[in-house]
Design a protein around this ligand. Sequence first.
Ligand code: ZN
Length: 134
Amino acid sequence: MNKPKLDHIGIAVKSLDAGTAIYRALGLEIEHSETVETQKVRTAFLSVGDSNLELLEPTSPDSPIAKFIEKRGEGIHHICLRVDDIEAHLARLKSEGYRLINEAPVPGAHGCRVAFLHPAAGNGVLIELSEKHD
Ligand code: ZN
């Protein structure tokens, strides 16, 4: 099993246009944009070296991202680690007593399979695991 890699940092914004402006001003480009229905968000990916910034704009008031912004304002929402075998990681974390939000992978952006761990498991950091689907 390879070590996890930092895939992206998720940032909650009210508007992708306004939210990506600072990064575009720094010379980064939006390379991919898509709506993820399961999370009720529109996402924009800007690559930074081997990792990405994923900006997340809610598409509905009951989106988890809308709720996050309501409670804590715009800002860093989660980090995502890319793993090889997401099921094996989830099973191991569960057996070690870590709290999971998704006990099984769900569809994420880029056709990846993703799962979120509970922020309590990450000492306040929401950690997303993602397995690339090639
Ligand atoms: Zn993400």
